[in-house]
Write a protein that binds this ligand. Structure first.
Ligand code: NAG
Ligand code: NAG
Length: 327
């Protein structure tokens, strides 16, 4: 849904800003015109609304809002493993990663240290080495899940399709590789067009995905102040100068997400940190045909708020009990 009023306001704001900075009406006009043409020429239209709806508003088992298990439901079962798929979630969020020999697997961190009994960077391990590791080794329920291995992307996809779970593919980097591997999955399992979404903090990952396969449902992930602060709210750097600089970048990025990047990429949803979502915020996006999904919603009180007041889907670490958030 294109908001004509929106566009006039944004381009006027850009024009004024450039004019104030450069003090040149010609320069500001040219820049604004360039930006407009760029947007029209290079943006991807979103997928049809009914397709996005099938992915983002499937009928939840409980009749409530969709509930997505973060990293497969990492509190209830070992992170990003297939054990996690057997709870009552509407869907699962899975993290795409690659081994040294280029096999697409599921792993959140850059190293295997936190979740398995191995050590070292995922990208430096051969697939056969990785497959020998115990993916439940560091989990609080490791005895219950012993023998769990790191799944390949394809194993995870097949398991999710079998359980009729919606998949949120979270992609952290490597846009070209990720887009080509995921595109292959969509071709092999076309049901994914109706049952999965590709999300990333990196707009270029989403842009590349839509460029490779415009039929894929996508989402941008966003957390205000992400560049200057960690997920728990502490500053990333102690230097005042760096804090100011990253804070300024955060403001620009936030503006770009809300006014340019979502439209350029043609996303169907925005996945936002739970502390920054209000009813007004949900309405803002609804008017633009974009769904908001909150993360990571881990307490009964918060779940109740999402279910009954915001009435939007959320991503959680546990479907069973309250737990600490993992960012
Ligand atoms: C990790 O655990 C698996 C399964 O118990 C075992 O076969 C493997 O040797 C262990 N690897 C390391 C590096 O300890
Ligand atoms: C997606 O679902 C619609 C409606 O059920 C169906 O017509 C379409 O063929 C499905 N697409 C794929 C790729 O399965």
């Amino acid at each position: 849904m294109l908001q004509i009023g929106d566009e006039v306001v944004h381009f006027s704001a850009v024009f004024l800003l450039v004019m104030v900075v450069t003090r040149s009406a010609t320069g500001a006009s040219l820049f604004t015109a360039f930006l407009y043409v760029f947007m029209v020429m290079f943006r991807f239209p979103p997928v049809p609304a009914d397709q996005a709806r099938r992915v983002l508003r499937p009928r939840a088992p409980s009749g409530g809002v969709p509930v997505v298990a973060h990293r497969g439901g990492s509190h209830d079962a070992p992170e990003n493993t297939l054990a996690a798929s057997k709870n009552r979630a509407t869907g699962v969020e899975l993290d795409l990663s690659f081994t040294a020999d280029g096999v697409a697997i599921l792993m959140h961190d850059e190293t295997v240290d936190r979740t398995t009994n191995g050590s070292g960077a995922v990208g430096k391990l051969q697939f056969v080495q990785l497959k020998r590791l115990d993916a439940a080794a560091r989990h609080r329920l490791k005895d219950k899940f012993s023998g769990e291995t790191v799944p390949t992307l394809q194993e995870a996809v097949e398991e999710c399709i079998r359980h009729q779970l919606i998949i949120f593919f979270d992609v952290r980097g490597q846009p070209d590789k990720a887009a080509s591997v995921l595109h292959e999955m969509y071709e092999r399992f076309p049901v994914l067009y109706n049952s999965s979404i590709v999300s990333s903090f990196e707009p270029k990952v989403i842009y590349k995905m839509r460029q490779t396969d415009p039929k894929v449902v996508t989402a941008l992930t966003h957390r205000p102040w992400r560049l200057s602060h960690f997920g728990d709210g502490t500053p990333r750097t102690l230097s005042m100068r760096d804090q100011l600089w990253t804070g300024l970048l955060d403001i620009l990025l936030d503006w770009a997400h809300h006014h340019i990047l979502w439209k350029l990429c043609g996303v169907s949803a925005i996945l936002v940190h739970k502390d920054f979502i209000s009813l007004d915020y949900v309405h803002y996006w609804a008017e633009r045909g974009v769904e908001v999904v909150g993360w990571t919603v881990n307490t009964a009180v918060e779940k109740n708020y999402y279910q009954n007041l915001l009435k939007i889907g959320y991503i959680t670490d546990s479907l069973l009990e309250d737990c600490e958030p993992h960012y």
